[in-house]
Design a protein around this ligand. Structure first.
Ligand SMILES: *Cc1c(COP(=O)(O)O)cnc(C)c1O
Ligand SMILES: [Zn+2]
Length: 417
């Protein structure tokens, strides 16, 4: 049973029925799902959650959809890994990695799409669509395949091959648009007014966005029903970053955890940093940018939740940071080499920004910190392929191998038993 009660305008507070709508008729503010938290409090306990499935559906009472309509590819309840080697490398006592690279389509987008598609099916839509920077398209296409729905995914025409093939394999209609994500989004907004399709991040966006809360629920549960001192998340539209904070507050209101005091920080690439730039200028009003970065999954120049993200930094005492493309690659490599986790470019942004915030003292050494790694590295091979050491190329003979070892390392390495 869902305890979703209404859609509520984030600006004026007016409430609407749980329909496929996304903005307030009076002030055009964005709508957000409101819950009967007293009802949840009475129905849910730590025990009841712990008995649930090892997926996002263990938090079903907190989700704005009927589980009967779900398309379950096994999303969520991803590992929260203690990252001691990375912590030591950057100067933190305690660091955790929320490893969302292991979702069914290798990014956290499976969380948001799970909710959007359940809700779309409940509304009776037979076609599903999205405006995507890549990962969303992959997840929508996979879930549409699982549901047997018609599917249209719209992407910018400069995406990595892994993300184009990662949609095509599920056989949707893939539409490459000449332009940036912001152009794709404008086109899809127009189409959503003419076609009877569920655009997951447009007309069913209020439900879709709620799926990101499951990251926060999982972190709190996996830490033993408590919250970290600091959390660093990547920001594109700013939706995930803001929803994680919402989730911690809801867990508190439902009586499951103490009041969260987590400082919430956001990470962007310098080549698309409207939110971080506004943060550094000390304003809540960002200026849209034309993206130019290898972190394509975060390349939203006009972020829908940018204003709310900036407010949340003030409210929680967190901040925002940005990194160059070279630092993105360094971040990917550092995470891989210290922890054995291969992230896509968005993960490089998160690790790069985390490192800078620790180095500057903005994150103190003794703050227990969680970093969100939101997507897997195989999809962004292009970003790192030229940054790695070439394999040794040898004949199938011991002498050839040893000659190559000596040529590279000046000696035979690894011979000490
Ligand atoms: C979409 C995406 C994000 C950020 O999404 P928001 O729009 O800020 O919610 C972060 N990481 C990856 C890998 C993504 O695909
Ligand atoms: Zn309003």
């Amino acid at each position: 049973m869902s305890f979703a009660r209404a859609l509520r305008c984030r600006e004026c507070g007016r409430e609407y029925p749980l329909d496929p709508i996304f903005s307030c008729e009076f002030c055009f503010g964005p709508l957000e799902v409101a819950y009967d938290l007293d009802g949840i409090r009475a129905a849910v306990s730590r025990d009841s959650i712990e008995r649930g499935p090892a997926t996002i559906w263990r938090y079903a009472p907190f989700l704005p959809c009927d589980v009967e309509y779900k398309v379950d590819l096994g999303t969520g309840y991803t590992p929260l890994l203690r990252a001691d080697r990375l912590a030591k490398a950057i100067g933190l006592d305690t660091l955790w990695i929320k490893n969302d690279t292991v979702n069914p389509t290798w990014s956290f987008k499976d969380r948001v799409v799970s909710i959007a598609i359940a809700r779309a099916r409940e509304f009776g839509f037979t076609a599903i669509a999205c405006a995507s920077t890549g990962n969303l398209a992959n997840s929508v296409a996979a879930h549409a395949a699982g549901a047997g729905m018609e599917c249209f995914v719209f992407i910018p025409d400069d995406l990595e091959q892994g993300k184009v093939v990662g949609s095509g394999i599920y056989n949707p209609t893939v539409v490459k648009v000449r332009g940036s994500y912001d152009d794709v989004n404008r086109l899809c907004t127009e189409l959503s007014m003419q076609y009877p399709w569920a655009f997951v991040n447009i007309n069913v966006r209020p439900y879709y966005a709620e799926g990101s809360r499951t990251i926060g629920f999982e972190i709190a549960e996996q830490l033993g029903w408590r919250t970290p001192d600091h959390l660093v998340a990547p920001m594109a539209s700013g939706s995930m970053y803001t929803k994680i904070w919402k989730s911690l507050q809801e867990f508190h209101k439902a009586g499951l955890i103490d009041e969260p005091k987590t400082r919430m920080s956001g990470a962007q690439a310098a080549g698309c940093s409207p939110i971080t730039t506004a943060y550094e200028k000390g304003t809540l009003n960002f200026i849209p940018q034309k993206p130019n970065t290898i972190a394509k999954s975060l390349a939203i120049g006009n972020p829908a939740d940018g204003y709310y993200a900036l407010k949340q930094m003030q409210e929680t005492g967190g901040g925002a940071e940005m990194v160059t493309d070279d630092e993105v690659v360094e971040g990917i490599k550092l995470l891989a080499e210290t922890e054995g986790i291969w992230a896509e470019t968005a993960g490089g942004v998160t690790i790069g920004c985390l490192k800078k915030m620790v180095a500057s003292g903005f994150i103190r050494r003794d703050e227990e910190t969680v970093a969100i790694i939101s997507g897997g590295g195989l999809k962004t091979l292009e970003a790192v392929v030229d940054a790695l050491e070439e394999p040794l190329h040898v004949d199938p003979r011991v002498e050839s191998f040893e000659a190559a070892q000596r040529a590279r390392h000046g000696a035979l390495v690894g011979t000490q038993a």
